[in-house]
Design a binder for this molecule. Structure first.
Ligand SMILES: Cc1cc2nc3c(=O)[nH]c(=O)nc-3n(C[C@H](O)[C@H](O)[C@H](O)COP(=O)(O)OP(=O)(O)OC[C@H]3O[C@@H](n4cnc5c(N)ncnc54)[C@H](O)[C@@H]3O)c2cc1C
Length: 464
């Protein structure tokens, strides 16, 4: 069969790939998308969406225990883990199913199978019916990433889990070890801890959520510990001894090795890019530690070959992948899009309490040579937060003292993952402290704390 020709071929139907395909189709390009496993990628099937469904269950469970505080009574509080997981899988299925509909609506050809690139401009797809050949001058790699596995700490699905096992567990852990306190590790720690697992988190860096501002990490840690989590920082799991129904973890901390027993371990030590078996090396694509090297427009060293999303490196976030997808589709269609600025991409962690940030931490801003003005505002000073029973949290803003540029915003507490977007827009518009101070925030809202934090940076806070 002759090779089918397209204006643009996308490999991988995660939030990077499927969004690129839609934008390309909107701009009149003839587009094909190749997917080997599931429409929607990790994000919809095994990442962002099913984790948020689980965390919603644990949040409601947590609130049920607080019923009395609100003048309510609830008896026999309990849960059915299978029903929680079924709901999460159902949400994932529903959202992933919607992607196939979007492809059809936008007249995008979907080819189910594993793609390789035998030569420049050529894509070969191993489908259930045989090999299909496709050609295009423009190919976008959006093959994503998978869990990193460290030697000796490999997942077995029974005692040691990756995020996939943790999203579809064989049992409710009683004594849980989570290795790694990035967003993925902390979200699972938060879920299982709230549901009653005796949870220990081991972090090799000097603090939990190590990419966040130090004040935010410290605040979150205090709250996790209050909820019963054990946190071991500057600690490293050296070895796991697996028995029939327990794991003994050898954890190096403070120069000594301690042994602790667990019935379940979740390994959340990062991700590796899906860059192998595609034929990239032969084409001359540069790869650095499993990620494809690109310029700011996601162009690889090979003409007409782009890489977006997790395969193209940090930050490993769905919205970064999607935005790069839109940018590359526009570039291919002859438009002049702006490159994506990684420092203006917000990161959100949906643990309890939530964490959200954009831009530079105070330490990073100083390291970059800025003289800073810093404002902090506690949730306790906000009427809406107190009325909601969510008085635990803080908002911190970092400004350049000379120019008033908003360098970074950092939050911990209820609903901060929804609020951070206000500061993302502010940064995108290159807003200064003056504009933010002159903005009228509605009352009573939690967003008023964003305003107060800006005011606090200039010694003008009203409610502290
Ligand atoms: C547990 C967990 C929770 C997360 N939570 C969040 C969150 O709350 N917010 C957030 O922004 N991010 C979150 N992420 C990260 C987010 O899921 C990723 O950043 C995002 O999915 C990356 O999108 P992508 O399109 O680059 O790749 P992916 O979503 O990984 O999609 C890549 C697709 O390519 C396909 N593919 C790979 N190789 C081939 C091939 N050779 N041929 C054909 N198809 C191929 C794969 O099957 C896959 O469907 C989370 C991740 C995990 C694991």
């Amino acid at each position: 069969m002759a090779a089918k020709s397209y204006d643009m071929i996308v490999i991988g139907a995660g939030p990077g790939g499927y969004v690129a395909a839609i934008r390309g189709a909107q701009l009149g390009l003839k587009v094909a998308i190749v997917e080997r496993e599931h429409m929607g990628g990790i994000c919809l099937n095994w990442g962002c969406i099913p984790t948020k469904a689980l965390l919603r269950s644990s949040e409601i469970f947590h609130q049920m225990h607080r019923a009395k505080e609100f003048g309510l009574s609830v008896e026999n509080i309990g849960f059915d883990l299978k029903a929680i997981i079924d709901r999460s899988r159902g949400v994932a299925k529903q959202m992933a199913g919607g992607i196939s509909h979007l492809m059809k609506k936008n007249k995008i050809d979907v080819v189910m199978g594993a793609a390789t690139l035998p030569a420049k401009g050529k894509v070969s797809v191993k489908t259930a019916k045989g090999v299909e050949e496709l050609t295009s001058k423009n190919i976008i790699l959006a093959t994503g990433a998978r869990a990193r596995e460290l030697p000796g700490l490999e997942a077995d699905g029974d005692l040691v889990w990756t995020y996939k096992h943790a999203l579809n567990p064989v049992r409710m852990p009683k004594k849980l070890l989570v290795i790694g306190s990035g967003a993925i590790g902390i979200e699972f720690a938060s879920f299982y801890n709230t549901m009653g697992a005796d949870t220990t988190v081991v972090e090799v860096m000097d603090r939990v959520l190590p990419v966040e501002d130090k004040d935010i990490s410290a605040f979150a840690k205090k709250s996790f510990v209050k909820q019963g989590m054990k946190i071991m920082e500057k600690a490293m799991v050296k070895k796991l001894d697996r028995a029939k129904d327990k794991v003994t973890a050898h954890i190096e901390v403070g120069g000594k090795v301690e042994k602790h027993d667990f019935d379940t371990v979740i390994s959340a030590v990062g991700i590796v890019g899906n860059c192998e078996d595609l034929g990239l090396e032969k084409l001359g694509v540069e790869i650095d530690r499993t990620h494809v090297v690109t310029d700011q427009y996601c162009r690889t060293k090979v003409d007409g070959l782009f890489a977006i999303g997790d395969i193209a490196g940090a930050p490993w976030l769905a919205h970064k992948a999607s935005h790069e997808g839109v940018m590359v589709a526009e570039l291919i269609a002859g438009k002049h899009p702006h490159p994506v600025k990684p420092e203006s991409i917000a990161g959100c962690t949906y643990c309890h309490p939530q964490v959200a940030s954009v831009g530079y931490s105070e330490a990073k801003a100083k390291e970059l040579g800025h003289t800073v003005k810093v404002g902090k505002f506690p949730f306790m000073g906000n009427g809406k937060a107190v009325a909601m029973g969510e008085a635990e949290g803080m908002v911190k803003t970092v400004f350049d003292a000379k120019t008033g540029e908003l360098l970074g915003a950092h939050m911990v507490g209820a609903e901060v993952t929804e609020m951070i977007q206000g500061f993302v827009v502010a940064r995108g518009l290159e807003t200064t402290e003056e504009d933010l101070m002159n903005t009228v925030f509605p009352h009573p809202t939690m967003s008023e704390m964003m305003h107060e934090s800006v005011l606090a940076a200039y010694e003008r806070a009203l409610h502290i």
